[in-house]
Design a protein around this ligand. Structure first.
Ligand code: GRF
Length: 203
């Protein structure tokens, strides 16, 4: 039997998407193994969740590693045999060394239907506010490959939900987040089965 796909996570805050992926691995819906969790924020819920799960954690930031952060992140991922990197609410840009080493193998989830409502400044509530202000009929998460620009790489998967009359940024965010949790794990499983092919990933 093939060994499990090794996943590395970078997360800055709560880590509910990371948790959903960990749960999918544990429940056998995703044939993968969470190998390491990195955060720029020592207080991140994602780090606490990972410790609880017995997954190795690292607090790596421009303060802990001035001038060497990119190199240290890349080495930490390589040291843990990470094959696919999952950004899960990671608020920093990845550096060139990590992007090059994992080119085409870094995924992100965004809480809107890219290419709309993405890019610098479109995070958290601002995304859902903008969707509502534009009078959109639908929203939903996007899983995409990461390149040098925020929310820019090729789209791998999207889920659509209706925007409801009376939605607030909070109610819309909550419904989109539920879809995020499902979509991220399902997309990874499609990669594991080979239904979705990532260039540069040897299974
Ligand atoms: C999610 O809405 C995700 O789309 C965005 O950041 C948020 C992270 O939430 N990139 P969580 O930390 O996974 O709960």
């Amino acid at each position: 039997m093939r060994s499990l796909l090794h996943l590395g996570f970078l997360a800055s805050h709560n880590g509910s998407n990371m948790q959903a992926i960990i749960d999918a691995c544990r429940e056998g819906r995703l044939r993968a193994q969470p190998a390491v969790v990195i955060s720029n924020n020592s207080e991140a819920g994602a780090l606490a969740r990972a410790r609880q799960e017995g997954i190795p954690t690292f607090h790596l930031s421009s303060r802990t590693h001035p001038g060497a952060l990119d190199q240290v992140i890349c080495q930490t991922l390589l040291d843990h045999q990470v094959q696919v990197v999952c950004l899960a609410g990671y608020m920093k840009r990845l550096g060139p060394q990590t992007l090059e080493a994992y080119r085409g193998r870094v995924l992100n989830i965004h809480p809107a239907l890219l290419p709309r409502f993405g890019g610098e400044g479109f995070y958290g509530e601002a995304v859902h506010k903008a969707v509502l202000a534009a009078g959109e009929k639908e929203s939903g998460p996007t899983v995409h490959l990461v390149d040098e620009d925020y929310d820019h790489g090729p789209v791998l998967a999207q889920a659509r939900i209706p925007v409801l009359a009376g939605d607030t940024p909070q109610t819309l965010a909550a419904r989109v987040l539920t879809q995020e949790h499902r979509l991220y794990a399902e997309t990874l499983q499609r990669i594991v089965t080979g239904e979705m092919v990532l260039e540069g990933l040897v299974l």
